[in-house]
Design a protein around this ligand. Sequence first.
Ligand SMILES: Cc1cc2nc3c(=O)[nH]c(=O)nc-3n(C[C@H](O)[C@H](O)[C@H](O)COP(=O)(O)OP(=O)(O)OC[C@H]3O[C@@H](n4cnc5c(N)ncnc54)[C@H](O)[C@@H]3O)c2cc1C
Length: 389
Amino acid sequence: MLSFDNTGIAYGNKSDTDLKRACYLFRIMSKPLLVKTAKVMFRIAHALHIPFAWAVKPHLYKQFVGGETLEDCLPLVRRLEKYNVKAILDYSVEKIVSEKYIHHPMDEFVMTIDEAAIDSNIPFAVFKPTALCSEEILEKAATGNLKSANERKEANKFRTRVEILCRHAFFKKVRIMIDAEDSWYQSFIDDVAEEMMEKFNKETAIVYNTLQMYRVDRFEYLKSLYERAREKEFFLGIKLVRGAYMEKERARAAALGYPSPIQPDREATDRSFDEALHFAMRHVDRIYIFNGTHNENSTRLLVELMQRYGIEKTDERCYFSQLYGMSDNISFTLAGLGYNVAKYVPYGPVEAVMPYLIRRAEENTAIASQTGRELNLIRQELQRRKKEA
Ligand SMILES: Cc1cc2nc3c(=O)[nH]c(=O)nc-3n(C[C@H](O)[C@H](O)[C@H](O)COP(=O)(O)OP(=O)(O)OC[C@H]3O[C@@H](n4cnc5c(N)ncnc54)[C@H](O)[C@@H]3O)c2cc1C
């Protein structure tokens, strides 16, 4: 069975200082009360315009973020390349509500596409829908509640922006992924993503949409999407993830009194994720799969399915990916074996990436067993180095 336990391989690219910092952080993140307190403190500091970059930058930011600008990330892209690990530069600015900021993320996303076009170690570009449009408009578009002409214009602007990015990616021959966020506006994003796939995925998958398998409806959605792709003869690009907003989704459903869109338990999410992998590989002639997970079993499953269906390790239809700063044992082991592996490398100014960082901290608290596993592996590696010294 494929093992992810060789810490020499997993952390070969990390200095002792890197590992000690990671150890310290994962220890802190395993304490829910500490994470909660820090979250409240950041919110207060942000509201009162108190600078907090100094507190975050040396640890949390350094662990999970590539840098402030695209250029800052390039040395990391080269370091990863030495280990056959690719990078996906993820401009992680979220929830832009003011129109005056919108052009900046658009420019930045275009720059990431241009960079991917000239750098063979950057296989994808990516963007977040809420960096292009307010959540309010996305939700109104998703629920058929665009009342005023202005609201309809805003929703159209979103569609146009997505199309500009996808068209640019198409001409530059760069694959582009659309991240998934909250379920209450995802149907609008799905529609736009499907329209883009139909336009640009005729020869190969250029546009990828994200499916969060913690949602009860996603496996059925995948099947129906596949049927439409078959009928209309285009390729599907699918980024599979479990989903990062579970608590928020459940809390909103409870507060507003509608059934939770989230699977009843962890096992159901795992089953749905694995079912989607099986389905994608059964239809690998039409589905390109991007396995976005830190879960070792789901990673092993895709490896096994690739073997079962006779898919080469370097086949562009199958990618494995983990977030920068997490699960290097999976990324570096797979890359060492010759599989397509890419790290998602978020970047952006400290204030702008705070929601991303808070999510990472909370996630590492929520999935305590994984944090524990990561912490153990890092400790093992530090001990191994001590013995060897
Ligand atoms: C490359 C990459 C890209 C990503 N892009 C996105 C994105 O666009 N949108 C997005 O939402 N997330 C995204 N994520 C985050 C992802 O959705 C998960 O939050 C994260 O990866 C943890 O899931 P896992 O499979 O890695 O780990 P695991 O530890 O195996 O799974 C943890 C996940 O299981 C689910 N879960 C846990 N407990 C329960 C429960 N009681 N009931 C139901 N489900 C449960 C939750 O989704 C939780 O996050 C991305 C992750 C990666 C690696």
